[in-house]
Design a binder for this molecule. Structure first.
Ligand code: BES
Ligand code: MN
Ligand code: ZN
Length: 506
């Protein structure tokens, strides 16, 4: 999405449409729209499209703009009832309305700052989130179609402020929305793209491009090096794949922060999960190209952090491999020596995510993390528990879990906590090794968390996000097309951006 930021009197504006918002069942229209109409001595009441417009959330009406040939249309976006208003509504509204403008092939649309007058909360917040919603709504995965491709032109958005003095500095909001919009789009595209394209080396290559753009340090560890380092759990999964595995480490070390303890983000990068020898059923197996969504979110977040030039040190660790059945594949019953020294009895080779993550989490300790977050499409049970709109969050630090939930809520990503009581460990006790990689069917998502907890020292604030439900959208919504969602990028960026609000020791 291309957004230009202009200032000037309302009379001078020209574009294909002007965008306004309105609440459902509101007795009076929002002030910006009223002023616009009044200045043009027009009336909406005689338009049938307006009569049918109820202001419902995700409803949009295209109206003839009375008395102004320079802006022939008003596109009005519904926000639902004012009592239920939150930032989600304005995000969805702008996403929806800009898609509509694109479908109408409009070239230039005006988004006046006055459209936000009368919305509850701060202008900065609603504008920032609306712009993010606009970016995300317009993003679409164009894929590999060579026939019947529709043009992917975005309308140019003119963001116009009329009352210069009273407006806050909006430039940073625009850069935020652009950075986050690009980061999420990058993650979405990686998840949506097929597994024969997005291989572990492709992810490493993408990391190299992002690092080159923003001056991040990059280290790519291959299979042999991982083995010689002692990453027996990561290589156990990787040994069954012909596609070369990569453990990708990216580091953003901004000037002045080099000596500080970093935030460390670990993302599961299974580029295709067949289940391995514990082979999955073939129904919907194609969906398992999404199993690198954790790594994609880390890459997307790093791109956004780089664009925003955030001042904190951040490390991203992405273990990337396929999980395949093969003559050399790891097998149920195998005992694996993880990097930590702990031994794991394999019950299911389909619980491969925790295997590659445990070595990545162990390796993360070397960086003395001030905060450790891992993201993974780890368990189908997370979908059973929470569905597709809410990710599970677990960890060893109540305050961090609360902050993740609050920050996520603010930027449009929902999390719900699951407990990690020590007694859950009973479920993975093993006769032959320190523990097993799966239990029975009970508490599947928690067991994943308990497994990972074995590899994280208590004094590192750690959160585990199970994004198996939220990484993929099976249908379109106003701010996300069908396909990869880029879930996690926004909250990761928020953790870096608002580090001080976390109240964690440096
Ligand atoms: N990648 C899957 C989890 C998954 C399922 C992600 C659906 C996205 C959508 C993971 O590796 C897996 O296979 N998990 C097993 C765990 C079990 C063996 C303990 C599962 O969910 O069945
Ligand atoms: Mn699996
Ligand atoms: Zn998996």
């Amino acid at each position: 999405m291309e957004v230009s930021w202009l200032r000037g009197p309302m009379e001078a504006w020209a574009g294909d449409a002007v965008i306004f918002f309105d609440f459902e069942k509101s007795p009076a229209r929002l002030p910006g729209l009223n002023r616009w109409i009044a200045q043009r001595a027009g009336s909406l009441e005689d338009s049938s499209a307006w009569l049918d417009f109820k202001g419902k959330a995700q409803q949009a009406a295209v109206l003839f703009n009375p008395g102004d040939s320079r802006v022939p249309r008003i596109v009005c976006a519904g926000l639902g009832p004012i009592e239920k208003y939150d930032l989600e509504k304005v995000r969805m509204a702008l996403g929806q309305v800009l898609r509509k403008c694109r479908d109408m092939q409009l070239q230039r649309v005006i988004l006046p700052l006055s459209a936000f007058d009368g919305l509850p909360g701060e202008l900065r917040e609603s504008l920032r989130e609306a712009l993010v919603g606009g970016f995300l709504g317009l993003h679409r995965y164009t894929g590999y179609k060579t026939r019947d491709v529709d043009s992917n032109d975005h309308p140019q958005v003119l963001l116009i402020g009329d009352e210069e003095e009273s407006r806050p500095d909006l430039e940073p909001l625009l850069s935020y929305a652009t950075a986050v919009g690009s980061g999420v789009s990058l993650a979405r595209d990686l998840v949506s793209a097929p597994a024969n394209v997005v291989t572990p080396s492709f992810l490493a290559q993408t990391a190299a491009e992002i690092s080159g753009r923003h001056g991040f340090a990059l280290r790519v560890i291959d299979f042999d090096e991982a083995r010689s380092m002692g990453m027996g759990a990561f290589t156990a999964v990787a040994q069954g794949s012909r596609e070369p595995a990569r453990l990708v480490i990216m580091e953003h070390s901004p000037p002045g922060a080099e000596a500080r303890r970093p935030l460390v983000f670990v993302g599961k990068g299974i580029t295709f999960d067949t289940g391995g020898i514990s082979l999955k059923p073939s129904e919907k197996l194609e969906a398992m190209k999404q199993d690198m969504a954790g790594a994609a979110a880390v890459l997307g977040a790093f791109d956004a952090v780089g664009r925003l030039k955030l001042g904190r040190r951040v490390v991203g660790i992405m273990p990337c491999t396929e999980n395949m059945p093969d003559g050399q594949a790891y097998k149920p019953g195998d005992v694996i020596h993880s990097l930590s020294g702990l031994t794991v009895e394999i019950i299911s080779t389909d619980a491969e995510g925790r295997m590659i993550l445990c070595d990545a989490l162990t390796h993360a300790r070397q960086y003395r993390p001030a905060l450790l977050v891992d993201l993974a499409t780890l368990t189908g049970a997370a979908i059973i528990a929470l569905g597709h709109q809410v990710a599970a969050v677990m960890g060893n630090h109540e305050g961090l879990i609360r902050n993740v939930r609050e920050m996520g809520q603010g930027v449009g990503e929902r999390f719900w906590p699951l407990p990690l009581h020590d007694f859950y460990f009973e479920g993975i006790k093993s006769e032959v090794a320190d523990f097993k990689n799966v239990g029975d069917r009970s508490a599947g998502t928690i067991i994943g968390g308990i497994f990972l907890k074995q590899f994280v020292p208590d004094d590192i604030p750690w959160a585990h996000w199970d994004i198996a439900g939220t990484a993929w959208a099976s249908k379109d919504s106003p701010d996300c097309g069908q396909g990869g969602t880029g879930f996690g990028v926004r909250t990761l960026v928020e953790l870096v951006r608002r580090w001080e609000d976390l109240g964690l020791p440096d």
